[in-house]
Design a protein around this ligand. Structure first.
Ligand code: ADP
Ligand code: MG
Length: 430
């Protein structure tokens, strides 16, 4: 286990500048920790400090409970921790194979370090070259004659060949093509989950970080802005605060991975406030579009873990929380009044209506009866069912009532909400 406790790091002892200011992190075996943050936030500095290269001014770095800078020798730390640096420049023009072979040096002690490589070394180098997909022909070439991505793979191989328990990688995919990125991520997952290694990786792509990491550490101006499981940490507000950049986070339904899209200049900035009645993933696109437009949005009752709940959270919209699989409660008269005071429009877009969320349907009706313009998507129309014929009939009745009160025919696409908002009198489009 590797940890930093309240470390303060400064490159220049004569000034008061702190590149890391009271940072604490714990790196756990068997997990992948991604470190993200804007340029200059201290990511590389943190990796240097964790790898016994840059001694902190205050605080302590511990490896298995021992002070990395006081109680652990340089060779021991080199055996335990391998590093893929951000800068792939190599000072001497060795062959790629020789550079990878250097990763074995910490494993030999005393004079053996200067001896010829052993059979074990050779097979480890061959295996690492194969993992990093460096063919024989490239391996024999002077490393500085390789392309940036090829050189990056050589340095990845050099770190792998070391067989250390901790592997720190600083933007290891910055020069890699799509396939090599995917292979590296696959291999890092394998190292963490099958070989119980501690993997720490600095990444710029938040989507990559979300898809690969168990844990996300967000640095901002030398401090930890957030640290925890990806789903808890990665929110629209956090990205806005740390990067001064508006993004839309959505969950890709097939793989479940989070995608991060930088919000384009809103095509139409609406000052309308929208209340969304969702559930079951029917409102994912609605939330995304409204986030793009920049509307003020809140959602009604959503079950925790429901796709719409995850989506609302990712967009930074509040919702009324329900436990998983709980039946949706009715809106009280006070709720109806408050919603119609606070919001201009209702969008009704649950994936389906059943006995579980029949109250969503009555909520839509109550809000429509209170005079609020209400819209729905074609995808949420015509999906009202229950196995109980009594309930089914009730759903049908409420459904027909709601359909008759829509302010416009059901929309084919969530994008149509934008067109609708740009019309002056959206209530008169029915
Ligand atoms: P990141 O990796 O997050 O982009 P760094 O850790 O490289 O950021 O840098 C953090 C801060 O420390 C930046 O302000 C950078 O200019 C400064 N810095 C980085 N390396 C050095 C160095 N060798 N000497 C002086 N300042 C440095
Ligand atoms: Mg860096």
């Amino acid at each position: 286990m590797l940890s930093a406790e309240n470390i303060v790091v400064s490159y220049d002892a004569s000034t008061n500048d702190k590149q890391l200011d009271c940072v604490s992190v714990t790196i756990v075996p068997g997990t992948i920790t991604a470190i993200v943050g804007p340029n200059g936030s201290g990511k590389s500095t943190l990796l240097r400090t964790l790898s016994r290269v840059l001694r902190p001014k205050h605080g302590v770095v511990l490896m298995d409970g021992r002070d990395l800078y006081q109680a652990v020798s340089a060779p021991e730390s080199a055996r335990a921790i391998s590093v893929v640096p951000q800068d792939t420049h190599v000072a001497f023009d060795f062959s790629a194979r020789d550079v990878v072979g250097m990763g074995r040096m910490p494993l030999h002690t005393g004079w053996a370090r200067f001896a010829l490589e052993t059979a074990d070394d050779r097979s480890a180098v061959d295996a690492a070259l194969a993992t990093a997909e460096i063919p024989e022909e490239l391996a024999e070439r002077p490393v500085m004659s390789l392309s940036g991505g090829e050189r990056q793979r050589v340095l990845i191989a050099r770190a792998l060949v070391q067989e250390s328990n901790v592997i720190l990688l600083d933007e290891p995919t910055s020069c890699l093509d799509l396939l090599h990125q995917a292979h590296l991520f696959y291999h890092l997952r394998h190292l963490a989950s099958s070989e119980n290694k501690s993997v720490v990786v600095v990444l710029h792509d938040l989507g990559h970080a979300a898809s690969i990491a168990n844990r996300l550490i967000v640095l901002s101006r030398g401090k930890v802005a957030a640290d925890g499981p990806v789903a808890d940490v990665l929110t629209r507000e956090l990205v806005r605060d740390v990067y001064q950049c508006d993004v839309i986070l959505s969950r890709e339904p097939i793989s479940g991975s989070i995608t991060v899209i930088v919000n384009p200049e809103p095509r139409f900035r609406s000052d309308r406030s929208v209340y969304v009645i969702g559930g079951g993933g029917g409102s994912v696109d609605v939330f995304r579009i409204l986030a793009e437009v920049g509307c003020h949005v809140a959602a009604g009752y959503l079950n925790s873990g429901d796709l719409d709940q995850v989506s609302a959270k990712a967009c930074g919209f509040p919702w009324r929380e329900l436990p998983p699989f709980a039946v949706t409660p009715e809106l009280s008269d006070d709720d109806v009044k408050k919603i119609s005071d606070d919001f201009d429009i209702v969008v009704f877009a649950p994936a389906a209506v059943s006995e579980m969320n029949i109250a969503s349907l009555s909520a839509g009706l109550k809000l429509a009866r209170s005079g609020m313009p209400i819209f729905c998507l074609k995808s949420s129309a015509g999906v009202a069912t229950s196995r109980d014929p009594g309930v089914s009939a009730k759903i049908q009745r409420l459904w027909q009532d709601l359909m008759s009160r829509l302010s416009a025919p059901p929309l084919a696409d969530a994008k149509d909400l934008i067109k609708l908002f740009s019309e002056d009198d959206y209530a008169g489009t029915a």
